[in-house]
Design a protein around this ligand. Structure first.
Ligand SMILES: N[C@@H](CCC(=O)N[C@@H](CS)C(=O)NCC(=O)O)C(=O)O
Length: 98
């Protein structure tokens, strides 16, 4: 089995991380989670990859992108993996002249 391209650095019960998880699930994008140390000063793993100790952060091996800040991550995921199918489906269900 191939590894998912996206690694999500996250923390239990972090609302910003959950926001990213929701979007990954909605877009059906495979990812793996890496839970960081709750203690801020011990989050060296995420500091190494993103330059910051805050989570969420993602690494996308497919595109070479590393990013933190949930708002930026959500925008990136929707832009990169959103496609247009969802929009069409939403429009069809709202308008619809069938
Ligand atoms: N503005 C950030 C806030 C993220 C945030 O506050 N994450 C918490 C965990 S829930 C954290 O890692 N705080 C430590 C820090 O920001 O350095 C975002 O939207 O991603």
């Amino acid at each position: 089995m191939t590894e998912p391209a996206i690694t999500l650095y996250r923390l239990q019960a972090c609302p910003y991380c959950e926001r990213v998880v929701r979007v990954l699930d909605q877009l059906d994008v495979p990812y793996r989670s890496r839970y960081v140390e709750p203690m801020h000063s011990e989050r060296n793993v995420v500091k190494r990859i993103s330059g910051k100790r805050s989570v969420p952060a993602i690494v996308d091996a497919e595109t070479g992108v590393t990013m933190s800040e949930s708002g930026n991550i959500v925008e990136y995921l929707e832009r990169t993996y959103g496609g247009t199918a969802g929009t069409d489906a939403a429009e069809a269900s709202v308008g619809g002249d069938a």
